[in-house]
Write a protein that binds this ligand. Structure first.
Ligand code: EPU
Length: 423
């Protein structure tokens, strides 16, 4: 396991052309939601392909604090058993570690009729309210009150199925309400549900545990409540954001990289935009070979809910576009503050300005090594990508943000030819 000290930094030598092959790790945002689903049953939930990242560690610690057993099996799978869960209040220090932790609320409330928590932590990329989670619980009969900083939800008679309209198709909101509805009495319809692949995979996992969810992948999820669900074995889907990050790295450095175990059927926006920018991408089953066909071209894109281009790829794509010929325009349509990376890229010589939720990138600009910070997990990915094509050495501080979402980062970088130290 990587040492994840807060003060750690990466020292990256630029001017590298990536070559070789790497395997894509399990998806952070599927793994985290799946771990919360373990709270719905007394039986073992065995999850394969759970990435070794700090967000998994901190959510594991939160589940343990509630009374769960969470351990890595010799084959690397994660075993979760929640038969001894007897605490229904999430400790504030652990809930503030990441965003997904608030997804303990739905299963706790659905199963035990009570759950309390402070608002979740996570990247500072916008206001990130949780009103759709709470109004979903209320629609199913829960009483939601505020005690100090904590939200207290209770439904002593159990939740009942309802028609739940989501003001915004929130990813974790949909997952939370879907888990709560799994054990509710009667039928729940979630209208304006998020359709992200991680939401679909959570629904498939729940069905594998005995839930009755249909409409998976649509904006209208139907959940027929069941009395109980059971344990199962499931594999976490590969991470589409990690796939995108490495594919961008290959294009940006003019490299030749094979990405193995990529997710299939959900990369349309990424592949379309990368090809428009000049990438040569061959798809072979669940592998991609990514090269560059010529100079990088300027493109414009919007970061959108799925199946649009993922907001989590906004900052990495912006780093790529600093090397494109011409002016690129980016519109962020999901979060209201995802521009933190702009100032860091500018320190490296990028010509990029942000106004409100848009960024304008002029290229190509030669980048130079600098001392920069990983301000959130994807802003960190953007400066790392920039460091690969910069002249000289880049020092990236606050690398713990990257540890939240990228497994075995230095090992994978070195495997593709990057000179990188972590200290
Ligand atoms: N929103 C509301 N009301 C709510 C909830 C959300 O208006 O009650 C709005 C937010 O303000 C935001 C938008 O909905 O503007 C999207 O938020 P959403 O709730 O969908 O995001 P999330 O569930 O907090 C997950 C991922 C993020 C990813 C987003 C969007 C997890 C743990 N996190 O966050 O992942 O960016 O969906 O796809 O699943 C990352 O991996 O770097 C990351 C930030």
């Amino acid at each position: 396991m990587t040492t994840r000290v807060r003060g750690a930094r990466l020292v990256v030598e630029g001017g590298v052309v990536l070559s070789g092959s790497i395997g894509i790790s399990g998806a952070k945002n599927h793994a985290l939601a799946a771990m919360c689903a373990a709270l719905l049953t007394d039986e073992d939930l065995i999850l394969e392909n759970v990435p070794d990242i700090s967000d998994v560690e901190s959510l594991g610690a939160l589940l343990v604090s509630l009374g769960a057993e969470v351990d890595r099996l010799p084959n690397g799978s994660l075993r979760l058993n929640c038969s001894r869960v007897n605490m229904f209040e999430a400790p504030t220090d652990l809930i503030s570690e990441n965003r997904a932790s608030f997804q303990v609320m739905g299963p706790l409330l659905g199963r035990h009729g009570y759950a309390a928590s402070a608002p979740p932590g996570g990247d500072v990329i916008g206001q990130r309210p949780i009103d759709v989670h709470l109004s979903g619980f209320e629609a199913m009969g829960a009483v939601v009150t505020r005690e100090g900083e904590r939200y207290v939800t209770s439904a002593p008679q159990g939740l009942r199925g309802a028609r739940v309209f989501m003001d915004y198709p929130s990813v974790s909101g949909t997952q939370n309400v879907m888990m709560a509805a799994t054990l509710a009495r009667g039928h729940t319809t979630i209208v304006n549900a998020a359709t992200e692949p991680e939401v679909q995979e959570l629904a498939n996992l729940l069905n594998g545990m005995g839930a009755r969810i249909s409409g998976i992948g649509s904006q209208m999820l139907e959940v027929e409540g069941v009395e109980a669900v059971h344990g199962t074995n499931a594999r976490v889907m590969p991470d589409r954001i990690e796939t995108g990050t490495w594919a961008i790295a290959a294009v940006m450095t003019g490299g030749d990289v094979e990405l193995n175990d990529v997710p299939t059927g959900c990369l349309d926006a990424l592949l379309t935009k990368l090809r428009a920018a000049g990438a040569d991408i061959e798809e072979h089953g669940n592998s991609l070979r990514v090269r560059r066909a010529g100079p990088i071209r300027a493109i414009s894109f919007q970061a959108l809910p799925y199946p649009g281009l993922a907001t989590d790829l906004h900052a990495p794509m912006a780093a790529l576009l600093t090397q494109a010929n011409g002016v690129s325009i980016i519109h962020e349509r999901v979060f209201d503050n995802r521009m933190l990376y702009v100032s860091e890229l500018r320190k490296m010589g990028a010509e990029i300005v942000s106004t409100g939720s848009s960024a304008i990138v002029s290229g190509p600009t030669p980048l130079h090594g600098a001392r920069v910070r990983a301000l959130d997990v994807r802003a960190g990915a953007a400066v790392l990508l920039a460091a690969l094509v910069a002249t000289g050495t880049t020092i990236i501080d606050d690398v713990y943000h990257l540890d939240r979402g990228y497994e075995r980062l230095t090992e994978k970088l070195r495997g593709l030819g990057v000179e990188v130290e972590r200290n």
